[in-house]
Every structure is written in structure tokens, then in C-alpha cells.
Design a protein around this ligand. Structure first.
Ligand code: AMP
Length: 398
């Protein structure tokens, strides 16, 4: 952020899509806190701020009479908390399309929050007129909403077209997300190890394809490992297997071999006779799981092998848990991998935790401060890692 905001009105897209309880109190303000450094920089420079965000999916959850459930989805619920965090009373504009006067009257040091941008169908449609109207409120556009950067919406992407290169930029959060993901995928210190887990191969195909090009080691754990076990002719019992992806798993293994990449699968698993924390459980080789049993976590031999790879890596990318970590009896694999990543980071490796459930896991295990970077952008980060150009990023760079 090397723009000076003195005497400027900054139109800032943030991701304040925070969870609220039944009485509309914020239950987790991580996303708001993440944007505060950017907002403080603008105010400290001597500028003013017009804030834009969405909250939930109001157009998908209309009232019975077809109107918007404003009580539930209004961003007004956030005004007091943002005011506290910024140390200034935040003003509110009830109509995103008619906030011109309020924006014009803003003095340096003042903040105006616009109503939920998703109250307007024009937002998700990326409507030009709506974007132009929003753009008219600010002198400079700042995008700090990495979590929505993969959407070509009015406030995340199209609005940027109304500002020239010198009048738009990333906020600190978005800058950090882009910088860290670019470092891992484009110029990592080697060896680069990617740890990919989670439920399904089908969700991670593009990521796996990309990693075959950029990573040195690809560790596959979680439910998706059993489709690979079947591809090698193993018995996987009742484990999660995507029958229609077995061929693809074979192709991925062949490609890894021909490219000289190390594709590591879990040799053993913790198996259970039901999908339950209380089920009977034991360890087995991952390719010899009896019928009636299913693999719900990686086993001790897999943990040892994966940890050794991780601890010998210079760059680590982690996306997806190693097992059903939500159940304590099947969280050991995920916890052990998180600990190895923390250990490797303490020894100088760069580690990026990117993607919804591994972020939840690292937070649950209290190790978020012991890795290099924990991404805030689930779907957006996955698309970035897959090598896609995110519209919100492109609109700032062009
Ligand atoms: P994803 O969103 O694709 O990263 O998947 C995360 C989910 O995968 C978590 O909710 C885990 O409980 C689930 N998962 C991980 N390992 C397994 C497994 N072995 N069997 C079934 N589900 C799993």
C-alpha cells in the first residue's frame, strides 16, 4: 500500500461476512480485525473511508413475501464493533445506490459503512451502472477482501475498472495473501512439499495437476487417499472412495512418476467399523482394509513417513486434513502433521496453510502462530493455488 491517502476518500472493499448469533452479536470478528491495519493506515494518512462488504446471501434467503430480510442481513449490526476497533464513530448508509451525499460530506478521519452490497442483484451480476455508482463515492479504490477475490462482482472487481493504476491498490491483507501464495507456487525454496487432504479427490483435481508441475513432494492424506489405494488394486473396505475417479488417480500417479515427483500415500490407517468417534477402532495397512471397516485417519507409519518429508522441506503448503479431525479419536494424524509443519517452520521453512479445513484444524490445535502464514481465503486461495487468475486480483493489477 504505497499510496498516501491524505485528503482522499478511499472506497474500500472488505470481507466483513462475519458469523452472527440469534441476537445479531458477532461471534467471531477475525475477518474484521484482519482489515483493521489497512483502515488505520488510511485514517493515519489523513484520509476518509467508505467501506463496502457483503454479509451472507440475502437474495437466496428472502422473506416469505419476496422482500429482503433486512433485519437479519443488515450490516448495521457491525457498526458499533467497527467503531470500537477503529476508535471512531462509524456512519452508516442505508442505500448503496444513494450514498453520494454522505460520501461527499465525509471529513478526513471519518468512516462510512455502506449497507450489504448483496441486497442488490447488480452486485453479483457485476453490473456496470451499479459499479460506476459505487466508484463515484471514492477517489481511490482499495481491495482488501481476498476471500471474495475469485468473484467478478461489482464491488470486488468491476468497480476497479473505474480507477486508473495510480488510484487503486490491494489492502495489506490482500497483499499478504497474494505475496505468500505467489512465493509458494512461483519461487519456493526447495524442496517444496504440498500436503493435500480432505474428503474428495474430485475437489482437488486442478490443485493436484498444478502441484505435479511445481511441487517436489506431494503428500496425499484424508479420505481422498483411498481412491488412490484402489487405483493401486488395494482393498479399502467401506472407506470413502470415488469410483469414478479411480482412473484419474492412476493417471496422477503415472504423471508423478514420469515427472520424477514423490507422491506419498499413507501406508497405514486408523480404521473404524462405523463413522463415529465411539466406533470400534484399530490400525491396518491402507490397502488391506476389511469389508465393514473404513479408514478415518492416517496411521503411525504414515505419520512417521510424512513427518520426515515435511521436516526436510524448505517450503510447505497444506490444504486439507489427514482424517476426520472433527472427531477426537481421528484427529491424531492431522495434529501430528500440523506439529511437523510447526517444527519445520521453527527450523526455517516457509509454511502456508491454505484452504478451509486445514485452517480450521491449525486453529483448533492452537498452532496458527507457529506457521508462516494462515490464509483467510478458502475458495479464493484454492483457485489461486490452482493457477487461476482471480478477477479481483487482475482488476487491481491491470
Ligand atoms: P475438504 O473440505 O475437502 O478439505 O474435506 C474436509 C473434510 O474431509 C473434513 O470434514 C474431514 O472430516 C473429511 N475427511 C478427512 N478424512 C476423511 C476420511 N478418511 N473419511 C471421510 N472423511 C474424511
Amino acid at each position: 500500500m504505497n499510496i498516501n491517502f491524505k485528503d482522499k476518500k478511499a472506497l474500500v472493499r472488505v470481507d466483513f461476512n462475519v458469523p452472527l448469533d440469534k441476537s445479531y452479536q458477532i461471534t467471531d470478528d477475525t475477518r474484521i480485525k484482519a482489515a483493521i491495519p489497512t483502515l488505520k493506515k488510511i485514517l493515519n494518512d489523513g484520509g476518509s473511508i467508505i467501506l463496502m462488504s457483503h454479509l451472507g446471501r440475502p437474495l437466496e434467503k428472502l422473506n416469505a413475501d419476496g422482500t429482503i430480510n433486512k433485519e437479519k442481513f443488515t450490516l448495521h449490526h457491525l457498526v458499533n464493533h467497527i467503531s470500537e476497533l477503529l476508535g471512531t464513530t462509524v456512519q452508516f448508509a442505508e442505500d448503496c445506490k444513494n450514498a453520494g451525499e454522505q460520501a461527499k460530506n465525509l471529513k478526513n478521519g471519518e468512516v462510512l459503512l455502506l449497507e450489504n452490497t448483496r441486497f442488490y442483484p447488480e452486485e453479483e451480476a457485476g453490473d456496470e451502472a451499479f459499479s460506476k455508482q459505487l466508484a463515484s463515492y471514492g477517489d481511490i479504490y482499495v481491495n482488501d477482501a481476498f476471500g471474495t477475490a475469485h468473484r467478478a462482482h461489482a464491488s470486488t472487481t468491476v468497480v476497479a475498472h473505474y480507477f486508473d493504476k495510480n488510484h487503486k491498490c490491494f489492502g495489506y491483507l490482500m497483499e499478504a495473501e497474494v505475496k505468500n501464495a505467489t512465493k509458494v507456487m512461483n519461487h519456493p525454496d526447495r524442496p517444496l512439499t504440498a500436503i493435500i487432504g480432505g474428503a474428495k479427490v474430485s475437489d482437488k483435481i486442478l490443485l493436484l495437476e498444478k502441484l505435479l508441475d511445481v511441487a517436489d513432494n506431494i503428500i496425499v492424506g484424508g479420505g481422498m487417499a483411498y481412491t488412490f489405494m484402489r487405483a493401486m488394486g488395494g482393498n479399502t473396505g467401506n472407506s470413502l472412495v470415488e469410483e469414478d475417479r479411480i482412473e484419474l488417480a492412476k493417471e496422477i500417479m503415472e504423471k508423478a512418476k514420469s515427472k520424477g515427483k514423490n507422491l506419498a500415500l499413507p501406508v497405514d490407517s486408523k480404521i473404524a467399523d462405523a463413522f463415529s468417534n465411539e466406533a470400534n477402532q484399530k490400525f491396518a495397512e491402507s490397502n488391506q482394509i476389511e469389508s465393514g471397516w473404513m479408514g478415518l485417519d492416517i496411521g503411525p507409519k504414515a505419520i512417521a513417513a510424512f513427518s520426515s518429508i515435511i521436516e526436510n522441506s524448505k517450503t510447505i503448503l497444506w490444504n486439507g486434513p489427514m482424517g476426520v479431525f472433527e472427531m477426537p479419536n481421528f484427529a491424531t494424524g492431522t495434529r501430528s502433521i500440523a506439529e511437523s509443519i510447526a517444527k519445520s517452520t521453527a527450523n526455517g521453512a516457509f509454511s502456508l496453510i491454505g484452504g478451509g479445513d486445514s485452517v480450521a484444524a491449525i486453529n483448533q490445535m492452537g498452532l496458527n502462530d507457529e506457521v508462516s502464514y494462515v490464509s483467510t481465503g478458502g475458495g479464493a486461495m484454492l483457485e489461486f493455488l490452482e493457477g487461476k487468475e482471480l478477477p479481483g486480483v487482475k482488476a487491481i493489477n491491470e
